[in-house]
Design a protein around this ligand. Sequence first.
Ligand code: SAH
Length: 315
Amino acid sequence: MAAAAAANPNQPAALAEEGEFSKLNEGIAHFYDTSSGVWEKIWGEHMHHGYYDPGLPLRAAFTVNHVDAQVRMIEESLKWAGIPDEGEHKPKKIIDVGCGIGGSSRHLARKYGAEVIGITLSPHQARRATSITSAAGLSSKVSFQVADARNQPFPDNHFDFVWAMESGEHMPDKEKFMAELVRVTKPGGQILIVTWCHRELCAGEESLNPKEQKLLKKVCDAYYLPAWCSPSKYLSLAHTMGLKDVKSDDWTEYITLFWPAVIFSALSLRGMVGLCKSGWTTIKGALAMSQMVKGYKSGLIKFALITAHKPIHES
Ligand code: SAH
C-alpha cells in the first residue's frame, strides 16, 4: 500500500490507499463469486473452520462429520463469548459481518429467534444466501445485502450482537473495521470476532521473519487478504475504543484437522471437477491450502477469538 502511494506522488496517500482497498474488495468479491459454488457443493452452507477435539489423529479427517464440526464451532464460540440464549438479554437484532452464504445467519436466527442481516462483498453469495433462506422459511427474519463491513449502510447503535466469523482477515484497515463494528453496536451490545491472525511478536522482534512473511504473502495472494495482524492488535483497538469485558483466546489446537480435510476434499474427483469448472482464482486458492497447514503447524498462524461489550454509558 505504501508502495502504491509512492508510485503516484500527485495523489494524496489516503486516496491512494482507498484505491488499493477498493481493488482488494473487487478481488474478494470475484474470489467468492467464483469459488462459493464449489465450496457449497462439497462442504455445504458454512464457509469457516470446524471445531475438533484436540489431538485427533490425521486419519480422523476422513471419518469425522465436518458440517457438525462447523456447527460446533459456532456453538462453542457463542458459549465462549457468553452470549445468553435465554431471557431478556438474548440477542434480538444481529449483524453477520462477512456472511458467506448465510450459514451462521440462519443458525443464529433459529437459535435466538432473532432478526439477522448478513453482509458480504459477493453478489453471488448474497443471492444464494437469500434463496437458501427463503427455502428454509426464514425470509421474514433473515436478509442479506452486498455491503462493505468498513462502511456499513446501517445507523449507529443498531445491533445488539455483531458476529464476524472469519471475515476480519480480509479487512485492510483493522481500525476502521473495528470502529464500524463499534458504531453499529447498541450500547450494552456485544461484538464477537473469530479470525486468522499471525503470532505475537517476541520481545525484541520488530516484525515476522522473512520466511514467515513469504508464507503469509502466498496466503494473501491466493485468498485476497491484506497485511495480517496479531490478536493483540484487536485487543488494543478494543481498549482504545473504550470497549468493556475485552477478552481473547487462541483456538489453533481445535482446528488442526480442518485444512487437511479441505485438501482431501479438493483431491477427490468431485473436488477436482469443481475446481476446474470454477477457474483459476479458485485453483490458486486450492494450491495455497498447504501454506495454511504449514502456517498453523509452525505457530505462525493463529485462530483467534476476540469479544467485547460496548459500554452502556460512554466513559
Ligand atoms: N462468515 C461466513 C463466511 C466466511 S468467508 C461463514 O462463516 O460461513 C469470508 C466472508 O467475508 C465472505 O462472505 C466475504 O464476502 C466477506 N467479506 C470480506 N471482506 C468483506 C468486507 N470488506 N465487507 C463485507 N464482507 C466482506
